[in-house]
Design a protein around this ligand. Sequence first.
Ligand code: ACO
Length: 402
Amino acid sequence: GLDISKLLSTTGMITLDSGFMNTGSTTSAVTYIDGDAGILRYRGYPIEQLAEKSSFLEVSYLLIHGELPTTTQLEEFTSRISRHTLLHEDLKRFFDGFPRDAHPMPVLSSAVSALSTFYQDSLDPFNQDQVELSTVRLLAKLPTIAAYAYKKSVGQPYLYPDNSLSLVENFLRMSFGFPAEPYELNPTLVKALDQLLILHADHEQNCSTSTVRLVGSSNANLFASVSAGINALFGPLHGGANQAVLEMLEKIDREGLDIKTFVSRVKNKEPGVRLMGFGHRVYKNYDPRAALVKKTADQVLTDLGVNDRLLDLAKQLEEIALSDDYFIERKLYPNVDFYTGLIYKAMGFPTRMFTVLFAIGRLPGWIAQWREMINDPTTKIGRPRQVYTGYTERDYVDPSQR
Ligand code: ACO
């Protein structure tokens, strides 16, 4: 056993809070969550209203600048972003170097990291114009990078962005279109994807956002900080959960597992068996985003005429879990990832692209939080302490004596 009091007497008074269960890392005016009541607001606006009435770029502006834009401000912002969607041809060649079966997430973080080599004129975190320029560049280029990562993985030619299209339209065309061939956009999918991006746009001090802030607290540039955030998002307990949910549903379906048996394996805590897409560090009630996504999943699949057994399976799993004491006692509800994968799949995205879509959505939140951190005069470099549990002093032993 650890003698905590002895350890503290040698390290001084330190708060030990593994996983930061109860430790605030910052003050923030960006996003409000009430996990018990299932409330989420960006800059004070309820997520339900934004998801219904706003657009992804308008929400991006809101998160980053703190207020909803006027019509002119939104037009300027949108047109500025559409003029930065191209990737430098040298950066485009990066994609050729990755193995064809590379997961698109590390491809995405590598390309974003490389942006700081191509755009050395926008790296100063304390120059407002440069920060604005790197903000626009990131918002404009991430969908292009994501589409190229996808094209690379399926061995198809890259498409240049078409700046007459909206961000989401452009992204869908670059992902699923072919050069010199017309691409027909499906308005249902455009609307659904735009809404999903809004729902992912920020979520206060989650793992990837905290990473972006921590890296940025050393005054690392925005590209470097966001690249680190993308790597944090890759993990299956965070953004990677949307991929894990679909893999779980596919496994249950493929192996013909009985749902009740699967749920009991989860409850028995068999190693590696969790109900993916369930549970959240902050929400101890239905995740308000999950409620919206569930509705969208129904709409999109009906509109496309897709009859996906996995959607029925997901609904059955949810029903069983929500009436089971194990889940009730632990306040485990579906989180945003539980139904998103089914929509992405219906849109034609392979499972490996799901977390990439999450990254495109979360980008404005990362940027807004990084800018809030950089502009806050009380920010200090993030440098947690520890409670040392290793050896006390001992003498070096000669190799022949070990
Ligand atoms: N399935 C089964 N049991 C679970 C699940 C789950 N999905 N989530 C939590 N539990 C249980 C734990 O075993 C634990 O039980 P115990 O008290 O008997 O030991 C209890 O609920 C509390 O869980 P913790 O892991 O301590 O909760 P924590 O806040 O650390 O973890 C997390 C939150 C990581 C989201 C967790 O619920 C999880 O692993 N869920 C599945 C992965 C997932 O969906 N992640 C997406 C999160 S949302 C996002 O990133 C957008």
